[in-house]
Design a protein around this ligand. Sequence first.
Ligand SMILES: [Ca+2]
Length: 482
Amino acid sequence: MKHQSQGLTRREFLAAVGAGAAAAAAGRPAHGAAPADRPPNVIFIFADDLGYADLGCFGSKTISTPNIDRMAAEGMKLTDFHTASPVCTPTRSALMTGCYPKRLGLHVHVLFPQSKTGLNPDEITVAEVLKAQGYATACIGKWHMGHHAIFLPTRQGFDSYYGIPYSNDMGIVAEGMTFAKDARFNFGKTLEAARTDPYERDKPPLMRGEEVIEWPADQATLTERYTDEALKFIRANKDRPFFLYLPHTFPHVPLFASERFKGKSRGGLLGDTVECIDWSCGEILKAVKELGLDERTLVIFTSDNGPAGHPAPPLRGGKGTTWEGGQRVPFIARWPGRIPAGAQCGGLSSVMDVLPTLARLAGGKAPADRIIDGKDIWPLISGQPGAKTPHEAFYHYSAYGVMSGVRCGKWKCHTRTPLMRPAKGAPADQPFAPALYDLEADIGEQNDLAAQHPDVVKRLAEMAENFDKNLTATSRPVGRIG
Ligand SMILES: [Ca+2]
């Protein structure tokens, strides 16, 4: 069913911006600080469950990431960058659309192989915005915004797709999936077995386009295979603007590393997978340089939420929580000549800002027929003097989509439990005494100042409830099959 929007329909939007695409591809100057000759290539590398302290350049002592560290030394680090949720699906949908997940109906935890919902095809993704500007687009890696055909990357603005459709700890439910004629069935399973096999954990399918080509995916070699695909895409599109979205499968558990990386890191198997991702970044940066695209290519590295099962010092908490460790993630952007080297910026920003920022750099526009929560943060990323966050506030929703707190300036107020679920036995809506932290003085959220600043708590709690009420009233329908 088509979603009724107040302004342009999605089709009209694509037609309107499509008119500018040929011009952009032909070298029309872009707006603002975008490059004069043609819009930049964009490579967006998205780790899964990589925490704030899992990179050398963000303080890891055990995981060696020389390539990502060099990327930071040659570019900008954002130190106050947040995901839109402490779990996968909501954050990814926020990245794709520039919106809070609740606005999209994808705020309640993650999708599973049995799910019949996904990112509504009527949403306008960042890939569609860039495609309309003449970009070649590819998604290589973990999607997790719906595995039924109508939700796949190929229906959301990507020219091609290669990867696993959901998390690597999930199995297969063949319903809604198409198998390639020459699909590989590992572990001796037949196509019939794959179709009828009940849900099994840790056995995701590998897809190309809209077909399963391998089941279960050989996870140990996934990162390297993604990298091969990425390099092919970059080389094939070196003469036109391209957008490569590379959402890695790791370090989400279960962890697998190839023989080449297994046992090599001082950070254990987790470190092995992150060091493989670092190698992958190195290969990509090398290819970009060899093709003479360094000064035409914006490369971004970040993560979809905090670490699962290990700490993110100096932050408190991790994946699944609205403590800082759950949603504050490393963010690095490199674009020689456009982004200063070795820079760092503490402006508040989030994954929802990616779409408006890339739209501007591509000479396009964020969709204007619907509410977009993100803002253009190019002034922060490009290190413009005196650049400040465009956000008055950032709102925290729990892993199950419940309004849980607000960040405003230095203050962070937890209005509900920061944990994934309330304590065992407690009702879901248990009363929670708000907690208040001064993140400038206390990034580790150790000293609750609620009792000293009841006025601040009251103001922020009201802001949070009002925002949620408004967001709920203006949310759009989730995508559903059938
Ligand atoms: Ca994740």
